[in-house]
Design a binder for this molecule. Structure first.
Ligand code: NAD
Ligand code: LMR
Length: 366
């Protein structure tokens, strides 16, 4: 007997007609995000000048005839686009070009996230879970969260899962195992060239990765490869990562909503509560465990002096980025973020998904 379908959940995607947006939508439509019995309502948000590309993307989704796609709505107004959303993927932003660092996008992109934070605060489901993909994603996630005074800062996260997955894929090839067999990889810090890949706590079938991977290769080759993989892709094919970024966005949200294995970590950019001495209030990639729709930063890991030094550098970079966007960080939310404690209620109860759409299969809201 087939299992009954659940009630649909609302998923808002900004930049839905862009490269990552389209790749993500096809994965969500196919059920990679929440499985084969979870219908989705797709609320697609774009700039007015990209509305025709968005219409085309929606037509293609319709032509895919995905059984799980309950309905699709198109929006150039983020108030209607985020309305009642249970999940929000914030992808819409300028990507970097060859020779740029992600922080060079701060000027162009930061304002998008202050506006969207406010819109999510005012219009999304109060339990909404937000993933910021648009770069520089850690600082953009902090901006969005600071502009959402009624939501918990733990509801806003930034994507370092791509770096985590890159570690798994490249390491697995190096040591001749399947990436799924690698456990407890970690990416610390900023999604930038200062990020810190860490295998000190990792294992493969129980064997420590530090025994399987040559330390010199790890420090001299691997770390920089992960830090600069995004730039390597841009240099190689002329645009930034799309398929792997979309896949990682699915993995991030899937881990958050459905949980991580008990013997594994996910890396997520989340508000720092002071764990590992990281300044409170910045969005920093930590190892997390997810369960019951919530995440918890893994506590008590020993960090060797080399890691501590690298982690300090990536923290300093995030603090500098925060200085550059002070004008987008309302005073109203400063104390709550900068004194953030892990005792604070970590997110809210998982949504019941009880909102239905009455509109036709594809509808537009401008
Ligand atoms: P893209 O140019 O192909 O698509 C971006 C889309 O966003 C465009 O269609 C554009 O019209 C839309 N957009 C821009 N501003 C918007 C706004 N305010 N509201 C709604 N839509 C808006 O770019 P892409 O390759 O899809 O990359 C998107 C972002 O994701 C870039 O900032 C890129 O650097 C970042 N990225 C992050 C990661 C990560 O791991 N965190 C990985 C890859 C890419
Ligand atoms: C990536 O890591 O691939 C993205 O952040 C895009 C970029 O600019 O590198």
């Amino acid at each position: 007997m087939s299992r009954p379908m659940k009630r649909p959940v609302r998923i808002a995607v900004t930049g839905a007609a862009g490269n990552i947006g389209k790749a993500l939508l096809s994965q969500i439509g196919a059920g990679s995000l929440f499985g084969p019995d979870q219908p989705v309502i797709l609320q697609l948000i774009e700039l007015p000048q990209a509305i025709d590309q968005l219409r085309g993307a929606a037509m293609e989704l319709e032509d895919c005839a995905f059984p799980l796609v309950h309905s699709i709505t198109l929006h150039t107004d983020s108030a209607t686009g985020f309305a009642d959303a249970h999940y929000a993927f914030l992808i819409g932003a300028m990507p970097r070009k060859q020779g740029m660092e992600r922080a060079d996008l701060l000027q162009a992109n930061a304002e998008i996230f202050s506006l969207q934070g406010r819109m999510i605060n005012d219009h999304a489901n109060p339990d909404v879970r937000v993933l910021v993909v648009g770069n520089p994603c850690n600082t953009n996630a902090m901006i969005a969260s600071r502009n959402a005074p009624d939501l918990c800062p733990t509801q806003f996260t930034a994507m370092s899962r791509l770096d985590h997955n890159r570690m798994a894929g490249i390491l697995a090839n190096r040591i001749g195992y399947n990436p799924a067999n690698l456990r407890k990889l970690i990416v610390w810090g900023n999604h930038s060239a200062t990020m810190v890949p860490d295998i000190d706590h990792g294992n493969c079938f129980g064997q420590p990765l530090t025994e399987l991977v040559d330390d010199k290769w790890f420090k001299d080759v691997f770390v920089e490869k992960i830090q600069k993989r995004g730039a390597e892709i841009i240099q190689t094919c002329g645009h930034s990562s799309t398929l792997s970024a979309a896949r990682s966005a699915v993995d991030h949200m899937n881990s958050w909503a459905n949980g991580t294995r008990a013997d594994d970590y996910a890396s997520m950019g989340v508000i720092s509560d002071g764990s590992y001495g990281i300044t409170k209030g910045i969005h920093f990639s930590f190892p997390v465990h997810c369960n019951y729709g919530r995440y918890q930063i893994v506590q008590g890991l020993q960090l060797n002096p080399w890691l501590q030094d690298m982690i300090k550098r990536t923290e300093d970079e995030l603090l500098k980025e925060r200085e550059l966007v002070q004008d987008l960080l309302p005073k109203e939310t400063e104390a709550r973020h900068n004194n953030f404690s892990r005792d604070y209620s970590n997110g809210r109860e998982q949504t019941s998904g009880e909102h239905f759409l009455s509109a036709q299969k594809i509808s537009e809201h401008e």
